[in-house]
Design a protein around this ligand. Structure first.
Ligand SMILES: [Zn+2]
Ligand SMILES: [Zn+2]
Length: 278
């Protein structure tokens, strides 16, 4: 089995990533409104009925804004930790909350999800790696630095959403106050283009097919700049910028590198097939 993945939004204004197989799906974070999630999924031909759970990476509002309402409306399980719930003021129906532990695998139908801790200035932040049979996708945003956990998991991914938050020069020469610049670059903030590129060059597995540049800063980065930077080193990997403003086309990730098909999912009629496989 393979995975269908997309970013519904990515950036400090809201994050929501969809990862699913042919029968079920999860969202990593729901940091845009319930309505936007519904509209964007619909435009992509994705069915919200397939979504079984929301995994919450950490309590910052750009990751949790839509969680409570979406969970309530569709009876979705919310996988999180006590600390994140308390610090984020997350008010999810008690019976829909599932607490997870670092490094412990969670199975949802044919999907397996492993949360692992990351460096970020939140109370209890996690990244996730999602697999279906042997196809693996990572969601790695809001990361202060490339820790051992991140490197180990990145090496296993057929595709990854990887934070490229800022260009060093743009941030340094930009208008942010000193304390904010230090917060971003201080090891518990965000990953720079250069840090992400180093990770990509040094630890990209040979079977990686897609890299989604994610959580770009509006003020301290430029989609074209980072796209061109990564294209130079892509070496066959498809580089896609995850937008701050809209959903991006669904990508089909398989575990056989080089074989990318545009076949449709069984429940999707051709008239509803809004996927644009990339
Ligand atoms: Zn964020
Ligand atoms: Zn954050």
């Amino acid at each position: 089995m393979s995975l269908f993945i997309t970013s519904l939004n990515s950036g400090s204004n809201g994050n929501c990533y969809y990862i699913g197989n042919e029968t079920e799906a999860i969202l990593v974070d729901a940091g845009i409104s319930c309505r936007e999630i519904e509209n964007r999924m619909k435009r992509l031909g994705l069915y919200i009925e397939k979504v079984k759970a929301i995994f919450v990476s950490h309590e910052h509002s750009d990751h949790i804004k839509g969680v409570a309402l979406l969970s309530k409306k569709y009876n979705l399980l919310v996988y999180t930790t006590i600390a994140t719930m308390i610090h984020g003021g997350l008010t999810v129906e008690k019976n829909l909350v599932v607490l997870f532990n670092a490094h412990e695998q969670i199975n949802i139908g044919g999907l397996s999800i492993i949360p692992f801790p990351k460096l970020h200035d939140a109370c209890d932040p996690y990244s996730f790696i999602i697999s279906c049979n042997n196809t693996k996708v990572g969601v790695f945003t809001d990361i202060g630095g490339p820790c051992k956990n991140l490197i180990n998991h990145f090496k296993q991914c057929h595709a990854a959403f990887l934070e490229t938050n800022y260009d060093d020069v743009m941030l340094e020469q930009g208008s942010y106050p000193y304390y904010l610049k230090r917060r971003i670059t201080g090891g518990m903030g965000h990953l720079s283009n250069k840090q992400a590129l180093d990770l990509f060059i040094n630890h990209k597995p040979s079977f990686m097919s897609h890299l989604f540049l994610s959580h770009l800063s509006k003020n301290n980065n430029c989609p074209n700049l980072v796209q061109n930077l990564f294209n130079t080193y892509a070496n066959g990997v498809q580089i896609i910028v995850a937008s701050r403003y809209e959903e991006i086309p669904v990508s089909h990730i398989t575990n056989s590198y080089g074989v990318k098909s545009g076949r449709k999912t069984p429940n999707t009629s051709s008239s509803q097939l809004a996927f644009s496989f990339s």
